[in-house]
Design a protein around this ligand. Sequence first.
Ligand code: MGD
Ligand code: MGD
Ligand code: MO
Length: 737
Amino acid sequence: MTNHLGDIQKTKAIIVFGANPAVNHPVGFRHFIKAKENGAKLIVIDPRFTQTAARADLYAQIRPGTDIPFMYGMLNIIFENGWEDKEFIETRVYDMQSIKEEAKKWTPELVENVTGVKKELLYEITQMYAKNNPGTLVWAMGLTQHTIGTSNTRLGPIVQLALGYAGKEGGGCNILRGHDNVQGASDMGCLSENLPGYYGLNEGTWKYFSKMWGVDYEWMVSRFVNKEWMHKSGFTLARWYAGVLDGKNGNDKIDNAGTSLKALVVMGNGITSIAQQAKVQEGLDNLELLVISDPFVNEAAIITNKKDNIFILPAATQYETSGTVVATNRSAQWRYQVVDPLHECKPDQEILFGLAKRMGFYDEYTRSLYNGKDSFEWPEDATREIARIVKTIGLTGWTPERIKKHTDNWDKFDEKTLMGTGPVEGEYYGLPWPCWTEDHPGSPNLYDISKPVMQGGMGFRNNFGLEHNGVSQLAGDGSAPLNSPINGGYPQITKENIETVLGITLTDEERDAMGPSWTTDGSGIIAKKCMEKGITPYGNARARARAWNFKDQIPLHREPLHTPRYDLAQEYPSFDDVESLFRVETKYKSIQLARDYSKEFPINMITGRLVNMNGAGMENRASPYLSRLTPEMFCDMRPELAKKYGIKEGDMIWIHSPEGTKIKVKARFTYAVAEDMVFLPFHFTGIMQGVDMTGNFPKGTRPYAWGESANTVTNYGYDIFTQIPETKGGICRIEKA
Ligand SMILES: Nc1nc2c(c(=O)[nH]1)N[C@H]1C(S)=C(S)[C@@H](COP(=O)(O)OP(=O)(O)OC[C@H]3O[C@@H](n4cnc5c(=O)[nH]c(N)nc54)[C@H](O)[C@@H]3O)O[C@H]1N2
Ligand SMILES: Nc1nc2c(c(=O)[nH]1)N[C@H]1C(S)=C(S)[C@@H](COP(=O)(O)OP(=O)(O)OC[C@H]3O[C@@H](n4cnc5c(=O)[nH]c(N)nc54)[C@H](O)[C@@H]3O)O[C@H]1N2
Ligand SMILES: [Mo]
């Protein structure tokens, strides 16, 4: 999220692509409603007429997976009418021209054909959005869960750049994050392709982290098969089972240093929430060891036929432990323990410490927490460690004391600006990152040059060199943060260029202590010097509309792997298959173009959320009150569609997927979905393709609701960059059970 929820109150227009905050972020949605009360327009683009859409001024029922044509359609109209922000593009963007050329192809007629949205409505939406300045662009899972999810999430910001809505109060990209602390979890390196703070896996970063963790780099190397494997991404959560199945029985091949996975340790994930549940079940069945650390009976243990070597460790909940969490807008909060861990529960860190002890690396694991002292204080010393090491996103100004003070005084911050008063005056709530130094107030809105750096201002990051093909990557004149000593762009700050760029002279001591660049400067001197001068350590560059290191340099439309429009799949085919993506063979074109699946599977299928359930749903289905609202798994469809198949409301139906899997669910009628579409919530499990597995629950632990999992029939398909499953673009066939 570049801005924050309260900032949405300052906008003039909100365009929502594939998010349903009225249901999934109901507290955050209050700010949308307040914005509307202030006169802002709300536009919703969603294949379903959701509760959010019900509040919209304009709503477009888009065909799943066609947001790129829709956005190019908007850009086409914007450029045709000269509604773009020419100065912004001139000084702060690299290569909008390529986008303009692609947008020309997407005439309103073509967009209507591909997306199903009438060209008059497209025009009306574009005009409303472009004429109400600034507008904010909001998205969530409706954009990401596609084979082209990454391209979707690049084109949204490009719309903002074209209109000059980036880096502005009331503008920006407000991406609504999911779980409590999911922002913090990804910041901390819970992804398989990076170290904490999004540091890439290369020798330089491993050496930096080894040094900062106080462990020998060679020891770190010794933990891997060899050095080469230190630089490779791991498996993703979405496809761990492929690591177990090891290419056998027609499963995707793996590239895992010649071995397959034998054991799975799960901490805080449902497992039943990932796509391809029939494969997940096969993966679970073939494990030698399954360890689940969870406050609830995680249903991964229930849906497997495995009879032994399954252990459920009772993890404590958030109420039984403390530490920092990071909100969707990058603000930290201190979470205080409410009660001691109940019964034999243990907080996650104690379980991890125990694991490290038994695996023989507890000393190395905790050394940096000690940081030279005799003992460490949990979790305060963990926060200090993070602040010492993570420069890239600017966690360097966080201290437990500062964060606690913010949490303790949270009533003294303004919700629209995040600015504090009284004891917290001059600081933004939760020190939203980047918070460069202990004197820095945090950054409420990213890339905002209307503020000085010491008040949260900054340009775009210089991360891709100084020039590309002879074109400067640095920002143009007049585009530096307010009061900057430099008028235009500047490079990211290194030991080598700091004196020239900042116009300072270092002492010998400073030079000796300083790391090679702002990202690996353990001494913190680079950040400190930059703050004194009002310079952003990461430089001031152009946002790239064309990213030359991506498969698609500019975002391109590619049809979902399983599309109801085979004609369009031939015109806008998916990617070539990839031999190893996060260690697993990942198929695209070979599946998409194998045959026209839509003849047999003519119905669009999308999945999503219910207000009373969360994620895999075990937590909520263990509550009789929440379960009562949706006591069983169902499928939303229009009565017109149901009639074609002789289905009446409340009938049980089979839903079949192109993979040959099926689920038996209850039909529920609604007019919220299009006539050729069904919608499935993904919060249920316990029944696998008609087989009730709930007898596997230990006595007295069966939840109050269970059913088939939508993810048994979600279709194969993974984003080419992140490997997120294509759970929002698939097809199916239905029949009365
Ligand atoms: N009650 C509740 N709240 C939650 C959660 C929960 O499980 N329950 N989960 C949390 C988590 S982890 C997350 S990530 C967020 C997710 O929050 P959202 O992203 O809002 O959740 P979804 O309902 O999965 O999907 C949003 C919308 O995308 C639409 N959509 C599907 N395909 C497309 C498409 O191709 N294009 C467009 N434009 N729209 C499409 C769907 O119809 C749906 O209305 O919610 C969080 N909040
Ligand atoms: N078809 C389809 N599938 C989807 C999606 C979709 O839209 N459609 N959305 C996807 C998205 S965005 C997400 S985020 C996932 C969500 O899916 P999951 O991450 O599986 O969702 P949760 O049910 O929140 O799982 C959290 C687990 O952690 C446990 N837990 C809670 N607190 C703690 C704790 O303090 N410590 C430990 N160790 N465990 C704890 C809970 O009991 C629960 O079992 O689903 C994904 N799957
Ligand atoms: Mo999520």
